[in-house]
Design a protein around this ligand. Structure first.
Ligand code: ATP
Ligand code: MG
Length: 266
């Protein structure tokens, strides 16, 4: 099983949209896929999948860990729900009413060290259940829960709205991550999203070069700003098969092609 984590420096860059569309794309290719709402600060799956009712949520796996040892502990398996979109796509929800400063949202390093152990166990359980891809949507910027997700990742995809602060902020985030964690065996990639139509090609080439030269990070996709994407999400549609958005579907296909090719290299 490969773990793919979507992350960003700033909020609103398109993590949720692209994590879900990547997961749907993988499921449609026949891979057993799980997508986890690990954006614990601002979960979204309850509004995106209003008809799916999970029994337990991602937070509970960690926050119940101090329970009396006599009470049965939750297993990763207890969190699963089918997406209703594709039989191969399951989802894990987060608590839609986050308790700020508590549990996974606390800054307590000891709690997060335990949470990391639990996350590693959960990853093994998901693998045993036959998942081939685990896609994780995270909260932006540096926070301990997102860092734990990045630690267990085989690939991190940083989503960036390319502008001055987007480029410098993402560069800073990568440098911090590398000084804190190294690259381990993880592969990191960029996607430029919400790129203003008409942006000169030479700008895009310059940004790609910047991340390749400064950080050895490859850009695997460039997605134009397209209000049709936001409009689909507004109506609860994630699968952008409609004729007005063929370009987006094609771009997602090429991003997933690139990703699979890169992940198959050792
Ligand atoms: N290429 C695009 N063109 C136009 N709108 C887009 C594009 N990608 C995403 N959006 C829209 O931008 C908004 C933010 O996207 P999304 O929620 O996926 O970002 P996010 O990174 O998950 O945000 P957050 O950090 O708040 O979790 C949504 O309204 C989404 O529909
Ligand atoms: Mg999001």
């Amino acid at each position: 099983m490969k773990v793919i984590v979507f992350h960003s420096y700033k909020g609103g860059t398109g993590k949720t949209t692209l994590a879900l569309n990547t997961a749907i794309n993988l499921a449609r290719r026949g891979f057993k896929t799980l997508v986890v709402d690990a954006d614990l600060n601002a979960p979204t799956f309850d509004s995106i999948f209003p008809d799916v009712k999970p029994k337990f949520r991602f937070n509970e796996l960690f926050e119940k860990q101090d329970d009396n040892i006599d009470t049965p502990q939750l297993k990763a398996e207890d969190l699963l729900a089918n997406s209703g979109i594709d039989p191969k796509l399951d989802i894990v929800f987060a608590n839609p009413k986050p308790k700020f400063g508590q549990g996974l949202l606390s800054m307590d390093k000891n709690f997060h060290t335990l949470a990391l152990k639990k996350l590693i166990e959960a990853k093994k359980e998901f693998e045993k259940l036959g998942y081939e891809y685990l896609v994780m949507d995270t909260s932006p910027s540096m926070n301990l829960a997102s860092i734990n997700a990045i630690i267990i990742a085989d690939a991190t995809i940083m989503i960036l709205r390319p502008n001055q602060y987007g480029i410098s902020g993402t560069t800073f985030l990568f440098k911090e991550l590398y000084s804190m964690l190294g690259t381990l065996k993880r592969k990191d990639f960029m996607i430029f999203n919400q790129v203003v139509p008409g942006t000169p090609k030479k700008f895009i080439t310059k940004w790609e070069k910047h991340f390749r030269k400064e950080l050895n990070v490859k850009t695997i996709g460039v997605i134009l700003c397209n209000c049709g994407i936001a409009l689909n999400l507004l109506h609860g549609n994630l699968i952008l098969d409609d004729p007005a958005n063929v370009k987006f579907t094609q771009t997602m296909d090429s991003i997933v092609d690139n990703l699979l090719k890169e992940l198959s290299k050792e």
